[in-house]
Design a protein around this ligand. Structure first.
Ligand code: 8OZ
Length: 370
């Protein structure tokens, strides 16, 4: 029986405990490069067993929100180097979440103000965050996308490869591939957003192809032991839908098992919402998903997320249902969350008004225990 404070491994990455920080978009990097405030924020949270950074676009085309730090500009890579150095000096481990938003973008954020790209030309009923010409920020409807051509897919794979290499060169312990929450890879996975008739659409095998190719390319480039992936089998986030998520995601994890990845990170339920949310007519069976992965030989850490607290996380790890639990909002408000859990100390309350955008307030000013 394991507890949350016991060390573990996620592939090649050794974790001091099983309490990880979930990826969190904070929109505090104007110019798309991490700054000194971002360094402080991550360094403050270095006692997490593992930090997964906010989603980090692999290219300008992969960018869907203003003030999100990418991995494609030299100044961004210099900024990330400062982040990884600070976290390592503080004894922590950190991977970056490599991200392509696909259709969840706006022409004003795209190269040459072009259309965002997607599996199919279907607009997401969703919002993104842009900067107006006068400098003010605003939520805006996502723009109509264009379908990626078959000829463009190798270029997308190359973009993931280059970004994963750049991440490791910037000092990250590894990467998490963002295949969740209705972004590019999830758009290919779900039938609601993927109506292609080529090798990347239609059957489950075809819809999982891009995600599996990305995982294979990244694992080959930096090592499977430094590569994780995040999935959200039933989330409706960013207007994605699939009536039969169980066979789709069972197939995906059974194929991921062959890549010897560091971890599989599963958002159980609607992201940031009800854990029992379902798509299609059957409740999703999370145990079946994990068992499918293990039966296929998958040895990566099984990482779970969505609304956990100390008690439910302890139960998940003790029962073997999970190896690592990730916490989002609790890490926003409690930089010393691991210590607070250990001492059963009271938790600071997160302030929703300062989640996205702004400066130090609600970012680096949450108090530590004395
Ligand atoms: C909140 C706001 C913007 C983006 C995700 C990267 O849902 C995100 C995100 C979350 O995965």
């Amino acid at each position: 029986m394991s507890d949350l404070f016991e060390p573990t491994k996620a592939g090649d990455i050794a974790l001091a405990n099983r309490i990880a920080m979930a990826p969190l978009t904070r929109n505090r990097s104007p110019g798309e490069a991490p700054n000194d405030l971002n360094v402080t924020y991550y360094q403050q949270r270095a006692t997490a067993g593992l930090i997964i950074t906010e989603g980090t676009p692999i290219t300008h085309q992969g960018q869907g929100y203003a003030h999100v730090p990418g991995l494609y500009k030299p100044e961004a890579l210099e900024g990330w180097k400062k982040v990884t150095d600070a976290v390592h000096k503080a004894g922590g481990k950190i991977v970056t979440q490599i991200w392509h938003v696909g259709r969840v973008s706006h022409t004003s954020l795209q190269p040459g103000e072009g259309k965002p790209v997607a599996p199919s030309a279907i607009t997401a009923k969703s919002k993104t965050y842009i900067i107006n010409p006068d400098g003010s920020g605003a939520f805006a409807d996502t723009s109509e996308p264009r379908a990626l051509s078959l000829e463009e897919i190798p270029g997308i794979l190359e973009d993931y490869r280059v970004a994963a290499r750049a991440a490791v060169d910037a000092g990250f312990d590894g990467v998490e591939i963002h295949a969740a929450n209705g972004y590019l890879l999830d758009q290919f996975l779900r039938s609601g957003s993927n109506q292609r008739t080529d090798a990347y659409g239609g059957s489950i095998e075809n819809r999982t192809r891009l995600t599996l190719e990305v995982a294979a390319v990244v694992a080959k480039e930096i090592g499977g032991g430094r590569t994780g992936i995040r999935i959200s089998p039933v989330t409706p986030a960013n207007d994605v839908f699939d009536p039969e998520p169980q066979p789709l995601f069972n197939h995906l994890v059974s194929k991921l098992a062959g890549l010897d990845l560091a971890f599989i990170h599963v958002i159980e339920g609607a992201t940031g919402g009800p854990r029992d949310f379902k798509q299609g007519d059957k409740p999703f069976d999370w145990d079946e998903l994990r068992k499918t992965y293990r039966d296929a030989g998958g040895k990566g850490a099984w990482m779970v997320n969505n609304g956990y607290d100390k008690a439910s996380a302890t139960e998940a790890v003790a029962s073997g249902r999970a190896d690592i639990v990730t916490f989002g909002k609790l890490f926003i408000a409690n930089p010393d969350l691991v210590r607070r859990f250990k001492e059963d100390a009271p938790l600071n309350e997160p302030n929703k008004a300062t989640f996205y955008g702004g400066g130090a307030e609600g970012y680096t000013d949450y108090p530590f225990l004395p």
